[in-house]
Design a protein around this ligand. Structure first.
Ligand SMILES: [Zn+2]
Length: 101
């Protein structure tokens, strides 16, 4: 992948065991500053979400405290939101089909 190629990126809040507690996506070009801002933005939303009781202050799988979580940013295989949408719709179709059997 070209370092400056536009991609859909994921920024994730991960507990120490690697469970994803919260994630967001953005389109980026690999610039480190944009990735740092994305992680800080997601991190900054957490107290608000906890205060509004939309997010528990612990991992729902292993119960690690949110204070022990780390943030990771990385590119997906998708170049555009349309690519993401197509993949999500295909997965939703496959899940519906599997659930019907
Ligand atoms: Zn966990």
């Amino acid at each position: 992948m070209n370092q400056n190629e536009k991609r859909v990126y994921l920024v994730q809040c991960l507990c120490p065991a690697g469970h994803c507690i919260l994630a967001a996506a953005f389109v980026g070009d690999g610039a480190a500053e944009r990735q740092r801002i994305a992680a800080k933005t997601l991190q900054g939303r957490i107290p608000h979400l906890v205060a509004k009781r939309r997010l528990n202050p612990w991992c729902g799988i292993c119960h690690a405290a949110l204070d022990d979580c780390r943030f990771a940013v990385g590119p997906t295989i998708y170049r555009t939101w349309a690519d993401v949408h197509e993949a999500v719709m295909l997965l939703a179709h496959q899940i519906r089909k599997a659930a019907a059997n």
